[in-house]
Design a protein around this ligand. Structure first.
Ligand code: 6PG
Length: 509
């Protein structure tokens, strides 16, 4: 289908980048009554997209698609001030699209980057575009292909006036949840607008705030998937459940506190059978995890800001370790199996569930602490209750317990750590014994559970009034005169011991 020349200023919004996410977001906007101008650098992709989605698809919604082969015609077809969403690969491709677009835009137009951009890139891009009189929004878009099509969670950052231009569209297309229960709401059929409900989008903050929050969302997503994978491994390796039984356990867990998108799809994936071999699908999948880098960015940011986020980092490290498949296979032959432990710690399915839930709470606690530190550093006014609210629907980490996080921040907007909230404190108190048993059993039986155990150590460290860092300070003072603070002197006052018999590195005679 050859593209016709679209009428000038006929579209409400533009979208560049017609890979699956871009296509689905364009369809979602059109479903909600918006005329969407679309553009892709390969015109054949645009032609096919339009042919596959003729006006009849949108019925009487008032929405639809228009397209141009040339970027300048695409730009001209959008009403001013123009709102142009770009959904292309993060990094160089995003810069290339912005560079091509900028000369064609006019003062007051807004570019919206919906990719998984690094927040520092977003800050740089916003500054450069603002200097040219253009507005910029860096918006996290979560929910994968389905989310983009039928309701994502959207995390926009930028100038309030840029958000004001985008807000009506973002609120239309975002997932909706029930105001009191936080339960995701569905339209009468997929794509049909939901009546009422709270949209899973809110203004996050200035410049890179939206992309920062999306990055932390992804870091939590890594940790969430790692603890799920560890639970699956304990069910298999310690409790000797078949894959089909593991699927049933996850389906059962999804009816309780763990109710979430990731637990639900874990049951689906574990229950899926490979048609070619008749084996459970997961048994034909190579155990080498991939990644695109947002979990690493989250961990790097945690290190930069000095925020302990070990469970998120363990999830990233564990993906790296999994990817060293050949080396692990060779090591398994050389090192062999762990020796039989002197004693066994009994583990139940409920104990695994508790270990999973507590570790998940620890990962979210780390993610929210990280956002708090980044807010301070970057002068963002983040509203953690509102962030938890928009994570309740649409995004990959959507979960029933995000309602509990929302309520925790409603009780105390300045909550220092989720562990301190009465609901989470009580939940962990009740489940803590099981969490410890699972970690102990894994250690005794040689089953790696780095996220379960690092989450537990994080919890134990956080609730400890004393840690052995006094010895670290003593050692640092001994070999490097790095000084230390005293327990009986005010904080910030530093001391040094002139170690009389210090063992210095020996110089050759
Ligand atoms: C989302 C996802 C999405 C994507 C991740 C996957 O919120 O919709 O987080 O952004 O699935 O980029 O990341 P990895 O490929 O690194 O696992």
């Amino acid at each position: 289908m050859a593209l016709t020349h679209p009428a000038a200023a006929s579209a409400d919004v533009g979208l560049i980048g017609l890979a699956v996410m871009g296509q689905n977001l364009a369809l979602n906007m059109a479903d909600h009554g918006h005329q969407v101008a679309v553009y892709n650098c390969t015109t054949a992709v645009t032609e096919k997209f339009l042919a596959d989605n003729p006006p009849a698809v949108f019925g009487t919604t008032g929405g639809g698609l228009v397209a141009a082969a040339e970027l300048k015609d695409f730009v001209a077809s959008i009403k001013r001030p123009r709102r142009i969403v770009i959904l292309v690969k993060a990094g160089g491709p995003t810069d290339a699209v912005i560079d091509g677009l900028t000369p064609l835009l006019e003062k007051g137009d807004v570019i919206v980057d919906g990719g998984n951009a690094l927040f520092t890139d977003t800050i740089r891009r916003e500054k450069a575009l603002n200097e040219r009189g253009l507005l910029f929004v860096g918006s996290g878009v979560s929910g994968g292909e389905e989310g983009a099509r039928f309701g994502p969670s959207l995390m926009p950052g930028g100038k309030p006036e840029a958000w004001a231009l985008l807000e009506p569209i973002w609120k239309d297309i975002a997932a909706k949840v029930d105001a009191t229960t936080g339960k995701p709401l569905m339209g009468a059929r997929p794509g049909q607008p939901v009546k009422g409900g709270v949209p899973c989008t809110t203004y996050i903050g200035t410049d890179g705030a939206g992309h920062y929050v999306k990055m932390v969302h992804n870091g939590i997503e890594y940790a969430d998937m790692e603890v799920i994978a560890e639970a699956y491994q304990v069910l298999q390796s310690v409790l000797h459940l078949s894959t089909a039984d593991c699927a049933k356990v996850f389906a059962e867990w999804n009816t309780g506190d763990l109710d979430s998108f990731l637990i639900e799809i874990t049951a689906d994936v574990l229950g899926h059978v490979d048609p070619a071999t008749g084996k459970p699908f997961v048994e034909i999948v190579l155990d080498a995890a991939g990644q695109k880098g947002t979990g690493k960015w989250t961990s790097t940011s945690a290190l930069d800001l000095g925020v302990p986020s070990p469970t998120i980092a363990e999830a990233v490290f564990q993906r790296y370790l999994s990817a060293k498949k050949e080396e692990r296979v060779a090591a398994s032959k050389l090192i062999g199996q762990p020796r039989a432990p002197a004693f066994k710690v009994p583990v139940t399915v409920t104990a695994v569930r508790d270990a999973l839930y507590c570790s998940k709470i620890a990962a979210y606690a780390q993610g929210f602490q990280l956002m708090a530190a980044a807010a301070k550093e970057n002068h963002w006014k983040l509203d953690f209750g509102a962030i938890a609210q928009i994570f309740r629907g649409g995004c990959i980490i959507r979960a029933r317990f995000l309602q509990k996080i929302t309520e925790a921040y409603a009780r105390d907007p300045n909550l220092a750590n989720l562990f301190l909230d009465p609901y989470f404190a009580k939940t962990i108190e009740a489940a803590e014994g099981n969490w410890r048993s699972v970690v102990a059993a894994c250690a005794l039986e040689g089953v790696p559970a780095p996220a379960f155990s690092s989450a537990l150590s994080y919890y134990d460290g956080y609730r400890s009034a004393t840690l052995p860092a006094n010895l670290i300070q003593g050692l640092r003072d001994y070999f490097g005169a790095h000084t230390f603070e005293r327990v009986d002197a005010p904080r910030g006052k530093f001391f040094h011991v002139d170690w009389p018999d210090a063992k210095r590195p020996q110089l050759d005679a």
